[in-house]
Design a binder for this molecule. Structure first.
Ligand SMILES: [Zn+2]
Length: 191
């Protein structure tokens, strides 16, 4: 828990966009990213400083880009490193690709009139992983199966809980049966 707590503090310290961008460029050399220009919509959606990541520590993404606000991108980076340590412990193999759904989407939290953290490019939905030998691990298909794939998925979720403000897995509700939702919004949930 000690490392995870300090990781979360690190991500929070990057809440200032200028500090965050500088940290991304100087302290995270394994991160491949481009700056996304600010965007604001009529509905109040958008971001100030977007970080469009294509790889972290040799881990790629499918789809190939993950665009988040800078502090969220920092949290993603920390989580990918921790998640991959657990993959090697539990599965004996590295993760090479994180499978995901959207990051930015101008929409409300389902069933409410409140904007989702996705509307601020401050959230990410993760649906699975590909290992170095080509094995796919699916949140939907493997979460409820006994064995190392399910053990790894729980470990990846637990690592996320220590880094992101909000981590929702299939344990949360049926809407998350096929993905982990993580965000750096004001709520605090780990399930
Ligand atoms: Zn989500």
């Amino acid at each position: 828990m000690g490392l995870a707590t300090s990781s979360q503090l690190f991500a929070f310290q990057l809440a200032n966009d200028a500090v965050c961008q500088n940290a991304m460029e100087t302290q995270l050399p394994d991160l491949k990213f481009a700056i996304e220009p600010p965007r604001e919509t009529e509905k109040g959606c958008g971001w100030d400083l977007g970080i469009n990541m294509t790889a972290v520590h040799d881990v790629g993404f499918s789809p190939s880009e993950v665009m988040n606000r800078c502090p969220m991108a920092a949290a993603n980076t920390l989580w990918i490193k921790q998640m991959n340590i657990r993959a090697q412990e539990i599965l004996g193999k590295r993760v090479t690709t994180v499978l995901h759904f959207d990051t930015y989407s101008c929409r409300n939290v389902a069933g409410t009139s409140r904007l989702s953290e996705h509307a601020y490019a401050n959230a990410w939905d993760i649906s699975g992983f590909v290992l170095e030998d080509g094995t796919t691990i699916s949140v939907l298909k493997d979460w409820d199966k006994a064995g190392p794939k399910a053990e790894f998925l729980r470990a990846a979720r637990d690592e996320a809980c220590g880094i992101f403000r909000v981590t929702l897995s299939p344990d949360y509700n049926a809407a998350h049966a096929n993905h982990f939702h993580v965000d750096m919004g004001p709520s605090r949930i780990c399930r």
